[in-house]
Design a protein. Structure first.
Length: 275
């Protein structure tokens, strides 16, 4: 297999040649943002949505990114062409820069990398298990590098034999560390949290599809509503739509993917295929 290339600022180089100074604020303090998108048959899926979020995150975190949207898009497309991986994941990282004192934001560094990544195009019939945890992410509207709490919880997930964690705060559910959540209530309403969470690209498209098929609303969702839901699923770039069949050890519905989840998954797969 040919060696992979990456972008490091303005240079397209081999991945094993890429280096970053230890003075970078991403290393010193974990300060920076990123975005992640997928390619299918070398086509970037929902690229413009990911660019929207990337530039929004950079602005929110006060990173003075001077590269234009057109130039960033061109670099991503050139990377896809030269690596020729077909199905893959692309990560765009913008760091806090080489800080003179390990605290002050400097000129950011850009890293665009790509790895082979195959995402199933069928609904996962087994579903996953979640546990809940009271936690509110800082700067929740930006996709930052801060996954400290999620990583710290990994031994707890293993102990409880759960697949992922769902954050909640002030009595309302928010998000999983790398996914958004939807519930379907007993009236077949599709609901998703609206506040104090990162609005994912997959969430956006699933929400739009749901509006054409079901009564759909974005609003605060209480823990009580979560536990009374007849269906629950999460969405992300790497997971598409993934059913949740158990939360805190309690089955959701009959413990199998529900009909609303199945319908939305089928429509979402079609949308990705035609994008």
């Amino acid at each position: 297999m040919n060696k992979l290339h990456v972008w490091l600022n303005n240079s397209l180089i081999l991945a094993d040649e890429a280096q970053l100074s230890i003075t970078d604020l991403a290393i010193q303090r974990g300060y920076g943002i990123f975005d992640f998108l997928k390619t299918i048959d070398n086509k970037a899926i929902f690229l413009e949505d990911h660019l929207d979020r990337f530039f929004h995150s950079a602005k929110s975190m006060r990173l003075d990114f001077k590269t234009s949207r057109d130039e960033l898009r061109n670099r991503i497309l050139k990377l896809i062409a030269i690596n020729n991986l077909g199905d893959s994941g692309i990560k765009i990282i913008l760091t806090g820069g080489f800080s003179p004192d390990g605290f002050t934001i400097a000129e950011p560094n850009l890293i665009i990398s790509q790895q082979s990544f195959h995402i199933p195009n069928k609904l996962n019939e087994e579903g996953i298990s979640l546990i809940t945890d009271e936690y509110q992410r800082q700067f929740s509207g930006a996709k930052t590098l801060d996954y400290l709490h999620a990583i710290w919880l990994q031994p707890v997930l293993k102990e409880k034999k759960a697949d992922d964690v769902l954050y909640h705060s002030k009595g309302f559910i928010r998000e999983c560390p790398r996914a958004n959540i939807f519930i379907v209530n007993k009236d077949n309403q599709v609901l998703s949290p609206e506040f104090e969470m990162l609005k994912g690209v997959s969430r956006k498209h699933v929400f739009q599809l749901s509006q054409t098929l079901f009564k759909t609303e974005a609003r605060d969702i209480s823990l009580e509503e979560l536990h009374q839901a007849k269906e629950v699923f999460i969405t992300s770039t790497t997971k598409n739509i993934l059913p949740v069949v158990k939360i805190n050890g309690k089955l959701i519905g009959d413990g199998k993917p529900g009909e609303v989840t199945r319908t939305l998954s089928e429509k979402y797969m079609e949308k990705i295929a035609n994008s």
